[in-house]
Design a protein around this ligand. Structure first.
Ligand SMILES: Nc1ncnc2c1ncn2[C@@H]1O[C@H](COP(=O)(O)OP(=O)(O)OP(=O)(O)O)[C@@H](O)[C@H]1O
Length: 227
Protein backbone atom coordinates (compact mmCIF):
# COMPACT_ATOMS: atom_id res chain seq x y z
CA UNK A 1 0.00 0.00 0.00
CA UNK A 2 1.37 3.44 -0.82
CA UNK A 3 2.04 5.90 1.96
CA UNK A 4 -0.40 8.63 2.93
CA UNK A 5 2.42 11.20 3.01
CA UNK A 6 5.65 11.11 1.05
CA UNK A 7 8.18 13.92 1.20
CA UNK A 8 11.15 13.71 -1.15
CA UNK A 9 14.07 16.16 -1.26
CA UNK A 10 12.01 19.07 0.09
CA UNK A 11 14.06 22.24 0.58
CA UNK A 12 12.77 25.41 2.22
CA UNK A 13 14.71 28.63 2.71
CA UNK A 14 13.65 32.04 4.01
CA UNK A 15 14.98 35.51 3.22
CA UNK A 16 17.12 36.82 6.07
CA UNK A 17 16.63 40.29 7.55
CA UNK A 18 20.29 41.11 6.77
CA UNK A 19 20.02 39.86 3.17
CA UNK A 20 20.56 36.45 1.62
CA UNK A 21 18.53 33.33 2.40
CA UNK A 22 18.80 30.72 5.11
CA UNK A 23 17.96 27.12 4.28
CA UNK A 24 15.91 25.87 7.21
CA UNK A 25 14.85 22.49 5.83
CA UNK A 26 16.38 19.99 3.45
CA UNK A 27 14.50 16.74 3.96
CA UNK A 28 15.56 13.86 1.68
CA UNK A 29 12.75 11.56 2.81
CA UNK A 30 9.88 11.44 5.24
CA UNK A 31 6.79 9.29 4.96
CA UNK A 32 3.71 8.44 7.00
CA UNK A 33 1.46 5.44 6.46
CA UNK A 34 -2.35 5.65 6.65
CA UNK A 35 -3.41 5.91 10.29
CA UNK A 36 0.18 6.04 11.57
CA UNK A 37 0.98 8.23 14.59
CA UNK A 38 4.39 9.91 14.56
CA UNK A 39 5.98 12.33 17.02
CA UNK A 40 8.28 15.01 15.61
CA UNK A 41 10.89 16.25 18.07
CA UNK A 42 13.79 18.65 17.67
CA UNK A 43 15.47 21.75 19.02
CA UNK A 44 13.74 25.11 19.06
CA UNK A 45 14.08 26.93 15.75
CA UNK A 46 14.98 23.70 13.97
CA UNK A 47 12.12 23.93 11.48
CA UNK A 48 9.34 21.74 12.93
CA UNK A 49 6.57 24.28 12.40
CA UNK A 50 7.94 25.07 8.95
CA UNK A 51 7.71 21.36 8.10
CA UNK A 52 4.08 21.18 9.27
CA UNK A 53 3.30 24.29 7.21
CA UNK A 54 4.82 22.68 4.10
CA UNK A 55 2.74 19.52 4.64
CA UNK A 56 -0.39 21.64 5.15
CA UNK A 57 0.35 23.61 1.98
CA UNK A 58 0.51 26.85 3.96
CA UNK A 59 4.06 27.23 2.61
CA UNK A 60 5.59 25.83 -0.59
CA UNK A 61 9.06 24.27 -0.78
CA UNK A 62 11.77 25.88 -2.96
CA UNK A 63 12.22 22.46 -4.56
CA UNK A 64 11.30 18.83 -4.00
CA UNK A 65 8.07 16.90 -3.69
CA UNK A 66 5.33 16.68 -1.07
CA UNK A 67 2.75 14.06 -1.93
CA UNK A 68 -0.28 13.68 0.29
CA UNK A 69 -3.10 11.18 -0.33
CA UNK A 70 -1.87 10.77 -3.92
CA UNK A 71 -1.80 14.52 -4.67
CA UNK A 72 1.41 16.39 -5.41
CA UNK A 73 0.96 19.61 -3.41
CA UNK A 74 3.60 21.53 -5.35
CA UNK A 75 1.48 21.23 -8.50
CA UNK A 76 -1.54 22.93 -6.92
CA UNK A 77 -2.34 26.65 -7.00
CA UNK A 78 -2.70 28.49 -3.69
CA UNK A 79 -6.48 28.16 -3.90
CA UNK A 80 -6.11 24.49 -4.83
CA UNK A 81 -3.94 23.95 -1.77
CA UNK A 82 -6.51 25.71 0.44
CA UNK A 83 -9.29 23.44 -0.80
CA UNK A 84 -7.11 20.34 -0.58
CA UNK A 85 -6.06 21.23 2.98
CA UNK A 86 -9.67 21.71 4.02
CA UNK A 87 -10.65 18.27 2.77
CA UNK A 88 -7.56 16.34 3.83
CA UNK A 89 -5.88 17.93 6.84
CA UNK A 90 -6.85 18.76 10.39
CA UNK A 91 -4.59 21.18 12.26
CA UNK A 92 -4.37 21.67 16.02
CA UNK A 93 -2.43 24.77 16.99
CA UNK A 94 -0.64 25.57 20.23
CA UNK A 95 -2.98 28.52 20.68
CA UNK A 96 -6.20 26.72 19.60
CA UNK A 97 -7.32 29.52 17.17
CA UNK A 98 -11.00 29.26 18.14
CA UNK A 99 -13.27 32.06 16.92
CA UNK A 100 -14.34 34.02 20.02
CA UNK A 101 -17.77 35.11 18.80
CA UNK A 102 -18.93 31.55 18.14
CA UNK A 103 -20.03 28.81 20.50
CA UNK A 104 -18.14 25.55 20.92
CA UNK A 105 -20.62 23.77 18.64
CA UNK A 106 -20.36 26.50 15.99
CA UNK A 107 -16.55 26.38 16.15
CA UNK A 108 -16.64 22.62 15.54
CA UNK A 109 -19.07 23.10 12.62
CA UNK A 110 -16.73 25.72 11.12
CA UNK A 111 -14.18 22.90 10.85
CA UNK A 112 -16.58 21.27 8.38
CA UNK A 113 -17.15 24.30 6.18
CA UNK A 114 -14.85 23.21 3.36
CA UNK A 115 -14.10 19.72 4.60
CA UNK A 116 -15.65 16.40 3.70
CA UNK A 117 -18.04 16.41 6.63
CA UNK A 118 -20.63 18.85 5.25
CA UNK A 119 -22.58 20.82 7.83
CA UNK A 120 -23.40 17.86 9.97
CA UNK A 121 -24.67 19.13 13.32
CA UNK A 122 -25.11 15.60 14.66
CA UNK A 123 -21.45 14.81 13.91
CA UNK A 124 -20.32 18.10 15.52
CA UNK A 125 -22.32 17.23 18.66
CA UNK A 126 -20.92 13.70 18.64
CA UNK A 127 -17.35 15.05 18.43
CA UNK A 128 -18.00 17.42 21.34
CA UNK A 129 -19.44 14.47 23.24
CA UNK A 130 -16.29 12.42 22.49
CA UNK A 131 -14.05 15.16 23.90
CA UNK A 132 -16.26 15.33 27.01
CA UNK A 133 -17.92 18.67 26.26
CA UNK A 134 -21.49 17.71 25.36
CA UNK A 135 -22.71 20.04 28.12
CA UNK A 136 -20.61 22.99 26.88
CA UNK A 137 -21.83 23.06 23.27
CA UNK A 138 -23.36 26.51 23.64
CA UNK A 139 -20.48 28.13 25.54
CA UNK A 140 -18.19 30.60 23.81
CA UNK A 141 -14.38 30.18 24.12
CA UNK A 142 -14.05 32.84 26.85
CA UNK A 143 -16.58 30.89 28.91
CA UNK A 144 -14.42 27.75 28.73
CA UNK A 145 -11.25 26.77 30.58
CA UNK A 146 -7.99 26.54 28.62
CA UNK A 147 -8.15 22.73 28.65
CA UNK A 148 -11.77 22.82 27.45
CA UNK A 149 -10.84 25.22 24.62
CA UNK A 150 -8.10 22.80 23.60
CA UNK A 151 -10.64 19.97 23.48
CA UNK A 152 -12.97 22.06 21.28
CA UNK A 153 -9.98 22.67 18.98
CA UNK A 154 -9.37 18.91 18.80
CA UNK A 155 -13.02 18.27 17.93
CA UNK A 156 -12.86 21.00 15.27
CA UNK A 157 -9.69 19.59 13.73
CA UNK A 158 -11.42 16.25 13.14
CA UNK A 159 -14.75 17.71 12.02
CA UNK A 160 -13.88 17.83 8.30
CA UNK A 161 -12.97 14.11 8.29
CA UNK A 162 -9.26 14.65 7.58
CA UNK A 163 -6.85 11.91 6.51
CA UNK A 164 -3.97 13.52 8.43
CA UNK A 165 -3.93 15.50 11.66
CA UNK A 166 -1.06 17.93 12.17
CA UNK A 167 -0.63 18.98 15.79
CA UNK A 168 1.86 21.66 16.82
CA UNK A 169 2.62 21.21 20.51
CA UNK A 170 -1.06 20.92 21.45
CA UNK A 171 -0.17 20.18 25.06
CA UNK A 172 2.16 23.15 25.54
CA UNK A 173 -0.43 25.26 27.32
CA UNK A 174 -1.88 22.70 29.69
CA UNK A 175 -0.51 21.17 32.89
CA UNK A 176 1.26 17.76 32.71
CA UNK A 177 -1.77 15.77 33.93
CA UNK A 178 -4.09 17.45 31.41
CA UNK A 179 -1.38 17.03 28.75
CA UNK A 180 -1.60 13.24 29.22
CA UNK A 181 -5.36 13.25 28.80
CA UNK A 182 -5.28 15.67 25.83
CA UNK A 183 -2.72 13.41 24.17
CA UNK A 184 -4.77 10.28 24.83
CA UNK A 185 -7.85 12.05 23.51
CA UNK A 186 -6.16 13.06 20.26
CA UNK A 187 -4.63 9.63 19.80
CA UNK A 188 -7.82 7.69 20.44
CA UNK A 189 -9.88 10.09 18.30
CA UNK A 190 -7.43 9.60 15.42
CA UNK A 191 -7.49 5.84 15.86
CA UNK A 192 -11.28 5.83 15.95
CA UNK A 193 -11.47 7.73 12.65
CA UNK A 194 -8.36 6.14 11.02
CA UNK A 195 -6.62 9.51 10.84
CA UNK A 196 -2.81 9.60 10.63
CA UNK A 197 -1.09 12.08 12.92
CA UNK A 198 2.14 14.03 13.01
CA UNK A 199 2.59 15.79 16.34
CA UNK A 200 5.33 18.23 17.26
CA UNK A 201 6.33 17.96 20.89
CA UNK A 202 9.23 18.91 23.12
CA UNK A 203 8.18 16.38 25.71
CA UNK A 204 9.93 13.01 25.44
CA UNK A 205 7.39 11.39 27.80
CA UNK A 206 4.72 12.29 25.27
CA UNK A 207 6.85 11.33 22.26
CA UNK A 208 7.58 7.91 23.75
CA UNK A 209 3.87 6.99 23.47
CA UNK A 210 3.96 7.18 19.67
CA UNK A 211 4.36 4.43 17.04
CA UNK A 212 7.44 6.25 15.82
CA UNK A 213 9.59 9.22 16.80
CA UNK A 214 11.23 11.32 14.10
CA UNK A 215 14.02 13.62 15.25
CA UNK A 216 14.33 16.60 12.99
CA UNK A 217 18.13 16.52 13.18
CA UNK A 218 18.04 13.01 11.65
CA UNK A 219 15.74 13.83 8.75
CA UNK A 220 16.91 17.38 7.98
CA UNK A 221 20.20 17.86 6.15
CA UNK A 222 20.01 21.62 6.83
CA UNK A 223 19.98 21.02 10.58
CA UNK A 224 22.24 23.49 12.34
CA UNK A 225 22.76 22.95 16.06
CA UNK A 226 21.72 26.11 17.92
CA UNK A 227 24.62 28.03 19.45
N1 LIG B 1 8.75 33.67 7.54
C1 LIG B 1 10.03 33.49 7.93
N2 LIG B 1 11.01 34.31 7.52
C2 LIG B 1 12.31 34.12 7.89
N3 LIG B 1 12.71 33.12 8.70
C3 LIG B 1 11.76 32.26 9.16
C4 LIG B 1 10.37 32.40 8.82
N4 LIG B 1 9.68 31.41 9.42
C5 LIG B 1 10.59 30.70 10.13
N5 LIG B 1 11.83 31.20 9.97
C6 LIG B 1 13.08 30.68 10.55
O1 LIG B 1 13.09 29.27 10.34
C7 LIG B 1 13.61 28.60 11.46
C8 LIG B 1 12.68 27.48 11.88
O2 LIG B 1 11.48 28.02 12.45
P1 LIG B 1 10.31 27.07 12.97
O3 LIG B 1 9.23 27.94 13.50
O4 LIG B 1 9.94 26.11 11.88
O5 LIG B 1 11.07 26.28 14.12
P2 LIG B 1 10.50 25.26 15.22
O6 LIG B 1 11.36 24.03 15.14
O7 LIG B 1 9.04 25.05 15.02
O8 LIG B 1 10.80 26.04 16.56
P3 LIG B 1 10.04 26.04 18.00
O9 LIG B 1 10.24 24.65 18.55
O10 LIG B 1 10.83 27.06 18.76
O11 LIG B 1 8.62 26.42 17.77
C9 LIG B 1 13.88 29.65 12.52
O12 LIG B 1 15.26 29.92 12.57
C10 LIG B 1 13.11 30.86 12.05
O13 LIG B 1 13.80 32.07 12.36
Amino acid sequence: MSNLLEITDAVKSFPQPGGGRLTVLDVPKLSLAEGEQVALVGTSGGGKTTLLHLIAGLLTPDSGSIKLAGTELTRLSEQGRDLFRASTIGYVFQTFNLLPAFTALENVKLGMTFGRGGHDTARAKDLLDKVGLADRANYRPNQLSVGQQQRVAIARSLAGRPRLLLADEPTANVDPVSAESVLELIRSSCRGENVAMLMVTHDMDIASKFDRIERLENINRAFAPSV
